[in-house]
Design a protein around this ligand. Sequence first.
Ligand SMILES: NC(=O)c1ccc[n+]([C@@H]2O[C@H](COP(=O)([O-])OP(=O)(O)OC[C@H]3O[C@@H](n4cnc5c(N)ncnc54)[C@H](O)[C@@H]3O)[C@@H](O)[C@H]2O)c1
Length: 448
Amino acid sequence: MQVIRPKSDGLSHAAALKERIVARTARVGVVGAGYIGLPLAVAQAKAGFTVVAVDQNPIRVAQLNQGSNYLRDVDDADLATVVTRGKLTATTELDRIGDFDVVIMCVPTPVTLHKDPDTAFIRKIGAEIASRLRPGRLITLESTSYPGVTEELLLPILATSGLKVGEDFFLAFSPERVDPGNARYVTVNTNKVVGGVTAACLDVASTFYGQTIDEIVPVTSPQVAELSKVFENTFRAVNIALVNEMAQLCDKMGINVWEVLDAASTKPFGMMRFNPGPGVGGHCIPLDPFYLTWKARRYDFHMRFTETAAEINLAMPWFVREKLRRTLNERGTPLKDARILQIGLAYKRDVEDWQESPALRVLHLLEDDGANVEYHDPHIPSMREEDGRLRHSVLLTPDALSRATCVLITTDHSSIDWDFVVRNARVVLDTRNATHHVEAGREKIVLI
Ligand SMILES: NC(=O)c1ccc[n+]([C@@H]2O[C@H](COP(=O)([O-])OP(=O)(O)OC[C@H]3O[C@@H](n4cnc5c(N)ncnc54)[C@H](O)[C@@H]3O)[C@@H](O)[C@H]2O)c1
């Protein structure tokens, strides 16, 4: 039986919790120790909080408890240090949620097969928290979702506890902006937007995040924070779609899109460069715009720009297949039975993540057409697909390169020697302009 701690000496719950936060005695639970949860948990443990990562994945939990890292974005030594010091532990037991003064929700927010928001993870963890909620707790949601999710979905679930938001417990939305693979901007130096359900919620949540993050950006409601996050990613999705559309036009006109972009990017103002590619991937850009358009439809408002952008980005793997077909056709080879060596399965450079990766979509499309596809990815030595199929990365040897009818570059990892690739390949279709520094053998390179 959990004991309800009394407010200390007549302090309000908010003031008492803030005291514990500032003294770093507040116990922190991070639910979901993935790309956003783990870096956050480590940052808080480094700042002196005692943190427990709650994750349903027993392999991750076991690794964490041994101080063993599974994410490139987390520093091995930082993780080992906080685990050794007992500042960070991990568990699969959701029951532990009742122990924490601060619970940060970092669970996935995927879309369904029909591209509608799938909020099942938020609802499940929300119910787990509600059943153990005690006065004086702060709950923050970091998972990206549609504007309204905190107050319309999560708050009613937490309110089943009978406690009052803003007085007994505190609730805020604070979107995570982490950019996997970005060494310059990490958890602590990326400004953090915070929107509380009430003024007290904002105050407590800002105090909490202010302990670990350099700059807090308070906003007047969770909805503003939620919308700012989906807008940021929709901004990227729309601009990527624009250059992808340009790439397709340039293909028809016989113009090098990369040269066009290099030229346009010399403009010192009013121009922000985005690059074309085989599509968009990862946990954010392919999904977040659908959360926004789904919500907008509730207001009979169709976000045509955003929907068109999603359509263009989703179609890029088909464009790559078509371009590969033509590339082979010009050399008298059909795609059927061709040997394709695909370089890069990760959704972007220097990450190990192939979730929603357009490279994988391309691979499937090529196999659908009867091509024999092997892949090389230095960050993905092997991968198991949803249907159980296990694939292994092949070594990037002169033999593997020269045996391939075509080398297809879908991810421009910085560790790959592109001179070596071009030197040994028969023909290269480069969807990322990874080979832009290569001088010898340029006649073998086809760019999108
Ligand atoms: N990855 C990014 O670059 C990024 C950036 C900003 C925001 N986000 C958002 O952050 C959220 C999480 O994304 P992520 O990339 O960290 O996902 P992830 O898949 O890397 O991690 C999610 C973790 O949650 C765990 N989990 C799932 N259900 C659980 C449950 N019921 N109980 C306990 N643990 C559970 C999983 O085992 C996994 O370890 C999503 O809403 C995503 O949109 C991601």
